[in-house]
Write a protein that binds this ligand. Structure first.
Ligand code: PLP
Length: 500
């Protein structure tokens, strides 16, 4: 499979190059030249052998140049350890035709593990194939969950260093503690003044800075990205949409070939985009419901074909979705524009210059048939956590609850009773204080570990060791940076790292 840029420049790249580079040379995002077909029979057969077998089946056609053995090593490296459920991504029935796909059984309790446990292995193999001698420095901007998942995936991986930047005061206390206590010599963690969009924009600028790349090159270092702009982040995510479908078939909840809906709590548009790619590969999907919190820029986009990033930014109880510039939407735009890169380029230039762009109604028509979108504020999110717990005894984290709330609205307004999968992106114990608050329990607890214990007592669930264990770890990082000091700090960091 060859990869091309959404901006049209720069020819094409193989899978390994696309993964090492992270972003295309013209500033666009790598997309596969075409979507391989995944026939349902083969999918169900592979799924019958377990999640790793299915993952291999789905990702192999995208990784030409990788041997079967290498693909096996990549997938086993990702999923053999660190997950607390044999299914890796279990599907749980909530009520009627509603199911929940739990993507948070990995080491950092959020869905980012599904891909970030695999990306380091993809990079390691790609680096070997390319004969890459330079040390790879991974730069990550995180709204909370990517940072820890990337640290978990990359710390200690030979030939790589990782630096994670999060918005100062813009992540949950548990998320911050998970990151600033992370061990390993090849690791840097810094808070950045500003919100997530400021952080992400600053990191993107660093990637585009030729003089900085030269300064790193003199140190034997090359930049790459572990954000969901990297193809190696998206690819592993396609597999769990097929897995969810196969699980529903296995439970007798849908007959093979019948369509299902997926409801996805969305921020940077990476998760739901993988669902779209699954559909393009042949998965029977009727609607993809894009759920946002109060930062509802995508709801407006799908409703009106107009993307307006200039609007108030809200800090919510679902911080991993506090995003106004959804990077991966560019990949969907490329399809909306019938793969005309010049049209995508014009929209992206307008976004940069004016903070907005509009897509003509005739181009939006297809996307509007497939995507539905909705949003909900914190109050309705909390009400959803509480009502789901009271009605079904099921505990949802705030991100998942946004999806549930938006799905209920969708169901009410459309009457579309197609079997639905609510994609659950984080463990409720990552947001214990807010979940307790939603349940109407005044905690008075001052720290995350005490809150997690309390939530465990209330719900009858065991709080995960990944949270309880944070108590004993020393805080290693406490720097707060301005966006324009990131580069200088990274040169200092690079100087502390082994060469090549
Ligand atoms: C990252 C994240 C999201 C948003 O996913 P995108 O791929 O950025 O749309 C939603 N929920 C949680 C818990 C996350 O960590």
């Amino acid at each position: 499979m060859e990869y091309i840029s959404t901006r049209g420049g720069g020819g094409s790249a193989g899978a390994g190059q696309a993964i090492i580079q992270g972003i295309a040379p013209d500033g666009g995002l790598f997309v596969p030249r075409e979507f391989p077909e995944a026939r349902l029979e083969g999918v169900l057969e592979a799924a019958g052998k377990g999640y790793p077998a299915l993952a291999r089946h789905i990702i192999a056609p995208y990784l030409d140049g990788f041997t079967g053995e290498e693909i096996r090593a990549v997938v086993d490296g990702a999923y053999e350890e660190g997950f607390d459920h044999d299914d890796k991504a279990p599907v749980v029935r909530l009520t009627g035709g509603q199911h929940v796909l739990e993507l948070w059984h990995g080491p950092t309790l959020a869905f980012k593990d599904m891909a970030l446990q695999m990306l380091p292995h993809l990079m390691r193999v790609s680096r070997g194939k390319a004969g890459e001698k330079a040390r790879i420095l991974i730069l990550v901007a995180t709204s909370g969950d990517t940072g820890k998942a990337a640290l978990e995936g990359f710390s200690g991986v030979e030939g790589t260093s990782i630096a994670v930047f999060y918005p100062h005061g813009g992540v949950s206390p548990a998320q911050e503690l998970q990151m600033v206590t992370h061990g390993g010599d090849n690791v840097f963690v810094g808070a950045v003044r500003g919100n997530f969009d400021d952080t992400q924009t600053a990191i993107k600028r660093v990637f585009g800075d030729a003089a900085f790349a030269e300064a790193l090159s003199e140190r034997g270092v090359k930049l790459s990205s572990a954000n969901s702009i990297n193809w190696g982040r998206l690819l592993p995510q396609i597999a769990y949409y097929f897995w969810a479908y196969a699980s529903l078939v296995g439970k007798g909840a849908v007959s093979p070939g019948r369509e299902v809906n997926f409801v996805v709590p969305t921020g940077n548009f990476g998760n739901i985009l993988a669902g779209y790619y699954a559909k393009r590969m042949g998965l029977p999907v009727r609607r993809l419901v894009c759920a946002s919190n109060a930062n509802n820029v995508l709801t407006d986009f799908f409703s009106f074909g107009r993307y307006e990033a200039k609007r108030p930014f809200y800090r919510t109880i679902s911080p991993s979705m506090d995003i106004l510039i959804s990077s991966n939407l560019e990949r969907l735009l490329f399809e909306i524009a019938h793969r005309d890169a010049s049209t995508v380029g014009a929209w992206m230039r307008a976004l940069k210059a004016k903070g907005e762009y509009s897509v003509a109604p005739e181009l939006m028509r297809e996307a509007s048939g497939l995507f539905a979108a909705g949003c909900c504020d914190d109050a309705r999110t909390k009400a959803a956590i509480r009502s789901v717990f009271e009605a079904h005894g099921y505990l949802m984290d705030p991100h998942t609850a946004v999806a549930k709330r938006v799905y209920d609205d969708y169901l009410e307004s459309t009457g579309d009773g197609t079997p639905a999968v609510i994609v659950s992106t984080a463990s409720p114990f990552k947001f214990s204080a807010d979940v307790l608050d939603a349940l109407g329990i005044a905690t008075g607890e001052t720290d995350e570990i005490a809150s997690a214990r309390r939530l465990g007592a209330v719900s009858g669930l065991e709080p995960p060791d990944a949270i309880l264990g944070l108590r004993d770890l020393p805080v290693r990082f406490s720097e707060v940076l301005c966006t324009d000091t990131i580069k200088a700090r990274m040169l200092l960091f690079a100087d502390t790292q082994p060469k090549g």
